[in-house]
Design a protein around this ligand. Structure first.
Ligand SMILES: Nc1nc2c(c(=O)[nH]1)N[C@H]1C(S)=C(S)[C@@H](COP(=O)(O)OP(=O)(O)OC[C@H]3O[C@@H](n4cnc5c(=O)[nH]c(N)nc54)[C@H](O)[C@@H]3O)O[C@H]1N2
Ligand SMILES: Nc1nc2c(c(=O)[nH]1)N[C@H]1C(S)=C(S)[C@@H](COP(=O)(O)OP(=O)(O)OC[C@H]3O[C@@H](n4cnc5c(=O)[nH]c(N)nc54)[C@H](O)[C@@H]3O)O[C@H]1N2
Ligand code: SF4
Ligand SMILES: [Mo]
Length: 734
C-alpha cells in the first residue's frame, strides 16, 4: 500500500491530501466504478513540477482513471505527491490552448486569431530565416523551463544558435550552483545529491522541505526524522520542517551568512572540524581561520537574533555527527543578492565537516551512459549567450534571463527573435513587465510554446499549443542520482484539440528551415528506441516497465585517502577562492547586513505550498478544488494592530505604490511580527485562466527592490517590503 504510506509521510510533514481519483469520475454516473472495467496502465514521467517522478496513467475502458507512482522508481519511492496525482487536471483543463494563434490587427485592435499549423509554422520559419540571414542565427534566443524544451534547443542548435536562458538559473538555483562550483568544483545537482538517507544531522537553511514538495527529498527527510537524525532548521518562519526539528533557529531575515561564518568560527575555535579532510582536500584554511575570527557567536547574535549558546550548541551537533552531516544547499537561492557567497559559505561549512562526497553528507551522482542518436554536427556559432551582455556577471555559468531580456530591447538590440517554452516570465521575474513589453515591441519574432493561456502568451506574435505531458513522448529521464536509471514518458492519450507534441513542432520547423537531416525520425519514439537498444533495453520493454534501473559503475562516495581531484583550478576544495580574488570579488564570503524594514512596513516572505507548483498548476481544476487561493500569514500582534482576523481579505501595498489583489489572512504565531508570508504563483492576470484569474495575490507584483548578484546575475527577491492597504473591501470577511 504505497499510497497509504505516502499519505502517512505527508501528514508527518503536515502536507495536504492526495487528489481523490473518484473526483475524476465527477458524478458521471454512466461510468462504472473503478475496478469493474478493463484497466490499462501507461508509463509517464510527471511534469507537474520539475522533479520528474515516474508514474503510471491508469485508464478504465479507455477513460482516464488515475495516475499513481511507479513502484520501480527509486527517485520517487513509487509515490506521487498531491500535485502528481492531480496530473489529470492538466489534461482535462477546459482552458487549455486549443489551436495555434497569431496576433492580427482587426479594425485597429490587436487580437489573436486561430490559424492552421501550416500557417503558424510557415510564418515562424520565414521570420527565423530572415533573422539568420540579416543578423545571424545566434540572434534567435530561447527562454525556457522544463525538460520538454530539449526539442527546441536541438532545433535552434541545428539552426545555428545556442542562445538561451532559463529562470531555473537566475531566479532559482543559479547562485547555489555557482557557489558550489567555485568551492568544490561541482554543483549540488538536481535532484540534490544530499545523502539525507544516511545523514545523522541535517541542517536546513530556508529550505522548507515538506512545503517545498520535491517528492524523493521529502521522503528521505521523513526517514531521517524517523531514524532520529538531528534536524536543525534555520528559518524566520515556523516552517513544516521547523516543526520537526530539535533546533529551530528563527533567524532575522537576510542574516544567514553571519550565522554560517559564526558556525565556521566555532568549528575552528573549538577544534571540531575534520583535520584530515581539511588538510588533504582543501586550500586556504589559514586564510579562512583569520577571516572567521571576528564572527564570534556574541557578535553574530546581535545580527541574527540567534543566541550565542545556540550557535555553539548547533555547531557541536553538526561536528558530532560529521561526516554524516548535511548542510543542505537549498534550491531557490536568489534571496538578497549575496547569494553566491552565501552558497559558498554553505559549501565551505560542509568542507570543514568533511561531508562532501562522504556517506551521510553528499553522494556522487551517476547517470546511465546513454549514447546520443547519430546526427550531423551542429554548425559553429559566432556568439554565445553572454555576448549579449559583455563584461557582466563573470561567474554566470548559464544565460541570465534579465540580461538577455535587456539585450532584446530597442532597434540595435542584440537579440531579434525569441522562442519561449514553458516559462511564464511576467510572473517569474519580478519587475520585468516593462522590459518584456519593450522587448516584445522590438523583436522581429516572439513565439510562445505553451499548454495554457499564460500571461506570457499575451506578448506573443505566435502561440503554439503544446499537448500536455500525458499526450506525448519526450526525452528519456536520465538524471544523475544514487542509482542510475532511465524513465519513459509516452502518450497515454491522443493530443486533445489541435495541440501537438514539442518534438513534432521542432521537426516541422526543422523541415521548413532545410534541417531535415537533424530530424531523421518519423516519430520521436524511433529515436528513443534506438537509444534504448544501445543500453540493452528497447522501447517495447520500457513501454511495459516505464523505469529501468542500472547498476552503478563508480563508487557512491569518494575513496578515503585518494589523491584529491576536485574540478577547481587547484584540484582541491577552495576555502579561499583565487578565482574570485582575481576578478576583484571577496575571496571569502563577507557578511553585509540586509536593508532595514521601513517604518510601517513588513518583510515580504514567500515560498511554496504543497498543493501547487507556482502558476503552473493554479488553474488545474483538480488542484484548484483542493487549494483555490494562497493565504497571507500574519502574526497575531500585527493582526491585532490592524484589526484583522483569520479569513479576512486584505490588500498589500509596496513602497512604490503597487497594490496587490485581495488575499485571505491567516493569523498565526508561525510568522514573526516583522514579516508576512505567501505562496508564489497566484493572482493570475490572464483572463483566459477562468479559475485562477484574479484569485489570491502575486508576490512578484509587490517586488520592486531587486538585489542582483554581482557574480552571476541572480535576482535577489527577499529584500522587499509591504504594508496593508485600507479600503472599503479590506478587513471585511468574504
Ligand atoms: N516572485 C517570485 N518569483 C519567482 C519565484 C518565487 O518564489 N517568487 N520562484 C522562482 C523559481 S524557484 C522558479 S524555478 C521559477 C519558475 O518559473 P516558471 O518556470 O516560469 O514557472 P511557472 O510560472 O509555473 O511557468 C511555467 C509555465 O509553463 C507552462 N507549462 C506547463 N506545462 C507545460 C508543457 O508541458 N509544455 C509547455 N510548453 N508549457 C507548459 C505553464 O502553463 C506555465 O505558464 O520562478 C522563479 N520566480
Ligand atoms: N509544492 C511545491 N514544491 C516545490 C515547488 C513548488 O512550486 N511547489 N517548487 C520547487 C522549486 S522550483 C524550488 S526552487 C524549490 C524551492 O524550495 P526552497 O529552496 O525550500 O524554497 P525557498 O523559497 O528558498 O525557501 C522558502 C523558505 O525560506 C524561508 N526564508 C525566508 N527568508 C529567509 C531568510 O532570510 N533566511 C532563512 N534562513 N530562511 C528564510 C521562508 O520562510 C520559507 O520557509 O521548491 C520546489 N518544490
Ligand atoms: S514531486 Fe510531485 S509534482 Fe513533482 S514530479 Fe514528483 S509527483 Fe510530480
Ligand atoms: Mo526553482
Amino acid at each position: 500500500m504505497k499510497r497509504r504510506d505516502f499519505i502517512k509521510v505527508s501528514t508527518l510533514l503536515g502536507t495536504s491530501a492526495a487528489v481523490s481519483p473518484t473526483f475524476l469520475l465527477g458524478g458521471c454516473s454512466s461510468n462504472p466504478l473503478p475496478g469493474t472495467g478493463t484497466v490499462s496502465a501507461t508509463p509517464t514521467i510527471c511534469d507537474m513540477c520539475f522533479w520528474k517522478c515516474a508514474s503510471h496513467v491508469y485508464q478504465e475502458d479507455g477513460e482516464l482513471w488515475k495516475i499513481t507512482g511507479n513502484d520501480d522508481d527509486l527517485h520517487s519511492g513509487g509515490r506521487l505527491c498531491t500535485r502528481g496525482t492531480g496530473g489529470p487536471g492538466a489534461y482535462l483543463d477546459p482552458d487549455r490552448l486549443k489551436t495555434p494563434l497569431m496576433r492580427v490587427t482587426v479594425d485597429g485592435r490587436q487580437t489573436f486569431q486561430p490559424v492552421s499549423w501550416d500557417e503558424a509554422l510557415d510564418y515562424i520559419a520565414d521570420k527565423m530565416r530572415a533573422i539568420a540571414a540579416e543578423h545571424g542565427p545566434e540572434k534567435m534566443l530561447m527562454l525556457n523551463h522544463g525538460s520538454g524544451s530539449s526539442h527546441f534547443r536541438h532545433l535552434l542548435r541545428a539552426y545555428g544558435s545556442d542562445s538561451r536562458a532559463e529562470p531555473a538559473f537566475a531566479q532559482c538555483r543559479g547562485p547555489r550552483d555557482v557557489g558550489f562550483r567555485l568551492t568544490v568544483g561541482e554543483s549540488a545537482s538536481s535532484p540534490e545529491r544530499t545523502d539525507m538517507a544516511n545523514a545523522r544531522c541535517i541542517v536546513l537553511i530556508g529550505s522548507h522541505i515538506g512545503e517545498n514538495l520535491h517528492n524523493g527529498q521529502v521522503q528521505t527527510l521523513a526517514e531521517a526524522i524517523n531514524r532520529d537524525a538531528t534536524l536543525i532548521t534555520v528559518d524566520p518562519r515556523f516552517s513544516v520542517p521547523a516543526g520537526k526539528s530539535q533546533h529551530w533557529l528563527p533567524i532575522k531575515p537576510g542574516t544567514d551568512l553571519a550565522l554560517l561564518l559564526s558556525w565556521m568560527h566555532v568549528l575552528i575555535e573549538e577544534d571540531l572540524y575534520d583535520h584530515d579532510y581539511v588538510e588533504r582536500y582543501t586550500v586556504g584554511f589559514e586564510q579562512l581561520k583569520d577571516h572567521v575570527r571576528s564572527y564570534t557567536p556574541e557578535w553574530v547574535y546581535l545580527e541574527t537574533g540567534i543566541r550565542p549558546e545556540v550557535i555553539r550548541e548547533t555547531a557541536r551537533e553538526m561536528a558530532k555527527a560529521a561526516p554524516a552531516t548535511v548542510v543542505h544547499p537549498g534550491r531557490h537561492a536568489t534571496w538578497y543578492g549575496d547569494d553566491t557567497q552565501r552558497s559558498r559559505a554553505i559549501a565551505m561549512l560542509n568542507a570543514l565537516l568533511g561531508s562532501w562526497n562522504r556517506k551521510g553528507g553528499f553522494y556522487i551522482p551517476e547517470r546511465v551512459s546513454l549514447p546520443e542518436y547519430p546526427l550531423p554536427d551542429y554548425p559553429e556559432r559566432r556568439y554565445s549567450t553572454a555576448d549579449a551582455y559583455p563584461g557582466k556577471w563573470p561567474f554566470a555559468s548559464q544565460g541570465v534571463t534579465n540580461g538577455v531580456i535587456d539585450a532584446s530591447v530597442g532597434e540595435d538590440a542584440f537579440f531579434k527573435g525569441w522562442l519561449v517554452y514553458g516559462t511564464n516570465l511576467p510572473q517569474t521575474i519580478p519587475g520585468v513587465e516593462q522590459q518584456l513589453e519593450a522587448a516584445a515591441n522590438s523583436l522581429d519574432l516572439l513565439v510562445v510554446v505553451e499548454t495554457m493561456p499564460s500571461e506570457m502568451t499575451g506578448y506573443a506574435d505566435v502561440i503554439l499549443p503544446e499537448c500536455t505531458y500525458l499526450e506525448r513522448y519526450d526525452e528519456l529521464r536520465n538524471s544523475g542520482e544514487r542509482q542510475p536509471s532511465l524513465a519513459l514518458r509516452m502518450p497515454a492519450f491522443e493530443p486533445k484539440y489541435e495541440s501537438k507534441p514539442g518534438w513534432w513542432m521542432a521537426k516541422q520547423l526543422g523541415h521548413r528551415l532545410g534541417l531535415d537531416e537533424y530530424f531523421p525520425w518519423e516519430d520521436f519514439s524511433e529515436k528513443l528506441d534506438w537509444q534504448l537498444q544501445q543500453v540493452g533495453s528497447s522501447l517495447e520493454e520500457m513501454q511495459k516497465i516505464g523505469v529501468k534501473n542500472f547498476p552503478r559503475k563508480t563508487p557512491l562516495y569518494f575513496r578515503e585517502g585518494t589523491r584529491p581531484r576536485f574540478r577547481t583550478p587547484s584540484r582541491k576544495i577552495e576555502l579561499y577562492s583565487r578565482q574570485l580574488a582575481d576578478k576583484g570579488f571577496d575571496p571569502m564570503p563577507v557578511y553585509t547586513p540586509p536593508d532595514p524594514v521601513p517604518e510601517g512596513f513588513y518583510r515580504l516572505n514567500y515560498g511554496r505550498m504543497p498543493a501547487h507548483t507556482f502558476g503552473k498548476t493554479t488553474n488545474n481544476p483538480l488542484l484548484f478544488e483542493l487549494a483555490p487561493e494562497n493565504q497571507l500569514w500574519v502574526n497575531p500582534l500585527v493582526a491585532n494592530e490592524w484589526g484583522f482576523r483569520s479569513g479576512d481579505y486584505v490588500r498589500l501595498g509596496s513602497p512604490n505604490g503597487v497594490v496587490s489583489n485581495r488575499i485571505r489572512v491567516r493569523v498565526t504565531e508561525r510568522i514573526g511580527p516583522d514579516s508576512v508570508f505567501m505562496a508564489h504563483g497566484f493572482g493570475r492576470k490572464s483572463r483566459r485562466l477562468k479559475l485562477a484569474f484574479g484569485v489570491g495575490a502575486d508576490d512578484s507584483t509587490l517586488m520592486s527592490n531587486i538585489k542582483i548578484d554581482p557574480l552571476m546575475g541572480g535576482t535577489g527577491m527577499r529584500a522587499n517590503f509591504v504594508t496593508f492597504v485600507r479600503e472599503a473591501s479590506a478587513g471585511a470577511a468574504s
